[in-house]
Ligand binder design. Structure first.
Ligand SMILES: Cc1cc2nc3c(=O)[nH]c(=O)nc-3n(C[C@H](O)[C@H](O)[C@H](O)COP(=O)(O)OP(=O)(O)OC[C@H]3O[C@@H](n4cnc5c(N)ncnc54)[C@H](O)[C@@H]3O)c2cc1C
Length: 572
């Protein structure tokens, strides 16, 4: 059942209490409630995703920023940006960031997951062991325009009966998509066509799949918390309620070998007072890379001195909480182009027609996400920097072409450049003892010089790609503010003045080997040194994957659900 407010829920005790109904939280609630004997409570700070049109129409994704469906965070002033503050969207809605994201469906490389296995000492996180979970999550389907996609993807690496509908672009972009493939063939080498960049070897140019299968957004809420699943008597979904702290109670167990048990979640419901919920089996934090360390810090988990300095009583000495924040910075380079693709979002007449088409048949321009194509590449082999990537299959940058998007009325072609193997590390911290205050978010973008080098390399590579003969007569010239920036210094000034985020923060509650004196959770995602508490979301990644992060979160949650079921000797 779904409860809109705290007072609607009668029960106070459950087997599992999950804080955060986002990407990972919804997967866990769905999978754990497959076991009829498990009573599961999912607590989400935001409202329902039901009936939110902007969260259904793929091309409307950007309209969800700065709304009630976004936490509307901002970063601290960023040093490399001369003190500029960067907006930092996070989903505040059932389905979390999967309900507001750009829907790119990318897994990362073999090396990304094999590095996780290596640094945690758990082979279960390796590419080969995780691979079945990609298939369990994915329901790959035909694009809604019905075109023949043979040769555009490799069926062997996809799942066809999983939970989340995935597809290649639902509609081709006239003028552009064919030229993109031609350019890849013409230039070859690092730009060569890659049949399927979700094979674990993403480098090269490829078609770009998304979680907009069937022409509409598929989030963890629409795919794992369907109406049918929501009818389960043992599944309770509480909306509009914040988890504020994790606590011990008089009922908590404690043992010398396993430490104290944290079995209770303190909540606050939208101005309607607070209440606690007890988990007889486990509390699971799934509040995301910003939310999970925020709750832990306010509960007294962290660096004792730092907690004391803001008036929080230290309870569990875990100095890594909130550290290692890793994110992918983003740049946009624009080109004037002879692009005849309609600018749907900027023209009210075209938009009205496109919306009608979407409503009647889930076809047309609104079914696509911002990009149909992608290029993944690496810094040159002779780069003087220590390689921050997981290995030779992991890209340093991603180039995403977008046609006629944004408010500029004149035809243009953009390239989004995302730095997907960054070396910079930031922090999530708190500056008060009030858990309702916003956390302090400092991604410390571009504090590692290799990230600046990757950004310059990305800009230079999109220029090389767009200079292919395939684009002759189509691309006219590069537009300001990047136009004319050639030297390292000129490019650095452009990067510093304009970079934003790709919204891929991870690693603030990172995994480390059992027994390690760093990290926050063990490879089974249990918080070190205590009992009864796991963290399952993007925050546990020991390193960010060199890809958009939602798919990695889905497979973390799928594996976690299996681990939890196994621990409690239950099977669906
Ligand atoms: C604008 C945007 C665009 C993106 N684009 C893409 C993309 O195209 N492809 C891709 O792969 N990835 C993308 N990402 C990243 C991806 O969506 C995230 O990595 C992933 O969804 C994170 O999952 P999560 O479960 O860790 O956190 P989330 O999905 O963010 O879930 C956390 C949930 O916890 C809730 N919560 C937080 N604090 C509390 C609290 N105290 N009490 C109760 N509930 C709480 C939140 O409201 C939220 O619902 C994007 C993200 C954003 C924000």
């Amino acid at each position: 059942a779904v409860y809109q407010q705290l007072s609607d829920l009668r029960q106070d005790e459950f087997d599992f209490v999950i804080a955060g109904g986002g990407t990972a939280g919804a997967v866990l609630a769905s999978r754990l409630s497959e076991v009829r004997g498990f009573q599961v409570l999912l607590i989400e700070a935001g409202p329902s995703n039901e009936g939110v049109l902007d969260a259904e129409v793929p091309l409307f994704a950007s309209r969800l920023h700065n709304t009630i469906y976004d936490w509307n965070f901002t970063t601290t002033p960023q040093e490399f940006a001369n003190g500029r503050i960067v907006p930092y969207a996070r989903g505040h809605i059932l389905g979390g960031s999967s309900s507001i994201n750009a829907m790119a469906y990318t897994r990362g490389s073999i090396d990304d997951y094999d590095r996780w296995a290596r640094v945690t000492g758990d082979s279960g996180w390796s590419w080969n062991k995780i691979f079945p979970y990609f298939k369990k999550h994915e329901l790959f389907m035909q694009p809604t325009d019905g075109r023949n996609i043979t040769g555009d993807f490799d069926p062997a690496v996809h799942g066809f009966d999983g939970m989340t509908r995935i597809s290649l672009p639902n509609q081709l972009q006239r003028d552009f998509d064919a030229r993109f493939i031609k350019a890849a063939d013409e230039l070859g080498g690092k730009f060569s066509y890659n049949l399927d960049m979700n094979s674990g070897k993403p480098l090269g140019s490829a078609w770009f799949p998304s979680t907009a299968g069937g022409g509409e957004r598929r989030s963890s809420a629409t795919s794992y918390l369907t109406r049918q699943i929501m009818k389960r008597k043992n599944l309770h979904v509480l909306l509009n309620t914040r988890a504020t702290r994790i606590r011990q109670t008089s009922k908590s167990h404690s043992s010398k070998s396993h430490g104290p048990e944290f079995d209770t979640v303190e909540t606050f419901g939208n101005g309607r007072g607070s209440r606690t919920f007890r988990a007889t089996k486990e509390v699971i934090l799934s509040a995301g890379t910003v939310g999970s360390p925020h709750i832990l810090l306010h509960s007294g988990f962290g660096n004792a001195k730092e907690l004391q300095s803001v008036g929080v009583k230290p309870l569990v000495n875990l100095p890594s909480v909130g550290k290692n924040l890793t994110d992918h910075p983003l740049l946009v380079v624009d080109f004037a182009a002879d692009a005849t693709e309609p600018n749907v979002l900027a023209d009210p007449t075209i938009l009205a027609e496109a919306l009608e088409q979407w409503k009647t048949s889930r076809t047309g321009p609104l079914t696509n996400t911002v990009d149909n194509n992608v290029i993944w590449g690496r810094l040159p082999a002779d780069s003087p920097f220590e390689d921050p990537s997981a290995g030779p299959n992991s890209p340093h940058w991603e180039l995403l072409p977008a046609v006629n998007l944004g408010n500029a009325p004149e035809p243009h072609l953009s390239a989004f450049i995302s730095l997907v193997s960054p070396a910079s590390r930031g922090t999530i911290s708190i500056n008060s003892s009030d858990p309702l205050d916003s956390p302090v978010i400092d991604p410390a973008f571009f504090t590692a010089p290799v990230d600046v080098a990757s950004a310059r390399d990305g800009v230079r590579n999109i220029r090389t790609f767009y200079a292919a003969k395939a684009f002759e007569g189509y691309i006219k010239s590069e537009s300001p503010p990047s136009a004319g920036a050639e030297s390292d210094e000129e490019l650095d000034a452009f990067i510093s003045a304009t970079f934003a985020t790709t919204w891929h923060p991870t690693s603030t509650v990172k995994m480390s080997p059992k027994g390690a004196d760093y990290g926050v959770v063990d490879p089974d995602l249990k918080v070190k040194g205590i009992q009864g508490l796991r963290v399952v979301d993007a925050s546990v990644m020991p390193f960010v994957v060199s890809a958009h992060t939602q798919t990695a979160v889905y497979v973390i949650a799928e594996r976690a659900a299996d681990m939890i079921k196994r621990d409690w000797h239950e099977r669906a």
